[in-house]
Design a protein around this ligand. Structure first.
Ligand code: UDP
Length: 405
């Protein structure tokens, strides 16, 4: 089997968390494509030429190639590429395929821009299209994070949902939203979760992890995420300021380039207003395989997002035995079990976060109990199980059997 994976707006090789467009989807594509290739499937990932110094074609592993195409030029993305770019991206992919004399069995597209290219390739090659969105514009708009996704994106998502042969949702919640907001035929939607690599994400001794990171004995609250207002960092900073002893707490922010970026601006401004600047440390983006040190060093990992389609950070923290205090939104509602592996907060205001954080910070026994249960719960999410389900979906789509049969 030879498949074309489309990740037009973000290259899976970009460090997750370093830029607004690089996060869970990049981790997902890296893990899935390596697994697929190791099972003998030929995988070509078509993506933006984000670094002009890199060659057009890179072999990431045996059987796995990353093919760079120009989408709004080469180099770092100044802004999100617009839909009119998709035609030129399609032409470049077709030219590559013809030059190499390849036949692809199916197209697997990620995010709405790739979905549009996928629809074009489906027509041109006469092969099935599987689409996964990772985030949906209409859902983002409902999340009330203060930003508005353009109507063109939502129209494109409608088009892809109607035209794809199969859709992948990360959770049942996402599947229901596809049906409610986009009239998706649920018999075309398969729920396949994301995974966590427990050989990398497992508990490390807390004091050793803190020493390795140069962190001292303060109570540590960890935030890990892309610099995006949707992540709600300001809610955490505000909650930390409301703890009984805010001076004994440190908020560690992982992601971005050190805190100056636009996506963290609200958090920055708020910290200055409420005199919390000295309690917040921005560590910038951290290599994915170094994150277990952060999760293990932290007392609690806090995820105050306005929306998460899945919530990989929650799963990684749980796998490292660190309980999570997270917003009760989207995929977090199934990833985190309230009162067992962490706490879910139904409001985007700091008081309930402060209340739960106080409870956990003051009670080591409770923290340990939740952490142990969190680690156990994370064991059932493996990338190999995810790949089994994706591979089975490929087979079904290629043999045109409906999902679930
Ligand atoms: N991440 C990382 N380094 C960073 C920040 C984030 O490797 O400095 C990774 C993190 O470990 C997680 C992903 O980026 O795997 C974020 O995924 P999540 O589902 O939490 O959020 P999304 O980016 O999809 O909104």
């Amino acid at each position: 089997m030879r498949i074309a994976i489309l990740s037009v707006h973000t290259c899976p090789l970009i460090t997750p968390g370093s830029r607004r467009e690089a996060g869970g989807m990049n981790v997902y594509l890296n893990m899935l494509t390596h697994q697929l290739a190791s099972r003998g499937i030929a995988v070509d990932v078509f993506t933006r030429w984000h670094d002009p110094a890199e060659p057009e074609v890179m072999e990431a592993a045996p059987g796995l190639r990353v093919i760079h195409v120009e989408a709004g030029g080469r180099g770092p993305q100044p802004d999100r590429p617009l839909p009119p770019l998709t035609g030129s991206v399609t032409e470049q992919i077709l030219a590559f395929q013809q030059r190499e004399g390849l036949v692809y069995d199916l197209v697997h597209a990620h995010y709405w821009l790739s979905g549009l290219v996928g629809l074009e390739l489906k027509q041109r090659w006469g092969v099935p299209l599987i689409a996964m969105f990772h985030t949906l514009g209409a859902v983002k708009n409902q999340a009330r994070a203060g930003e508005h996704e353009p109507l063109g994106r939502i129209a494109a998502e409608h088009e892809v949902i109607a035209g794809a042969d199969a859709l992948v949702a990360a959770t049942e919640d996402e599947r229901d939203l596809m049906a409610r907001l986009y009239d998706a035929d649920v018999s075309h939607v398969q729920v396949i979760p994301l995974g966590v690599d427990t050989s990398t994400f497992h508990p490390l001794e807390k004091q050793l992890a803190r020493k390795a990171l140069g962190l001292n004995g303060e109570r540590l609250l960890l935030f890990v995420g892309r610099p995006d207002p949707l992540k709600g960092l300001e809610v955490l900073i505000s909650a930390a300021s409301q703890l009984d002893d805010p001076d004994g707490v440190r908020v560690i922010v992982v992601g971005g380039d050190g805190g100056s970026e636009e996506g963290f601006q609200r958090a920055h401004d708020l910290a200055a207003q409420i005199d919390m600047t000295s309690r917040v440390d921005y560590h910038g983006s951290v290599a994915h395989d170094r994150l277990p040190y952060y999760y293990s060093a932290a007392d609690v990992c806090v995820i105050p997002s306005y929306y998460e389609s899945f919530g990989l950070v929650a799963l990684e923290s749980m796998a490292c035995g660190t309980p999570v205090v997270a917003a009760r939104v989207g995929g977090l509602r199934s990833t985190v079990q309230d009162g067992e592996t962490g706490y879910l907060i139904p409001w985007h205001c700091p008081e309930p976060y402060a209340e739960r954080l106080e409870l956990l910070l003051d009670n080591e026994m409770l923290r340990r109990a939740l952490g142990t249960q969190a680690q156990a719960a994370a064991q059932s999410y493996s990338w190999s199980a995810v790949t089994d389900q994706i591979e089975a979906l490929y087979e079904r789509v290629l043999h045109t059997n409906p999902i679930g049969s």
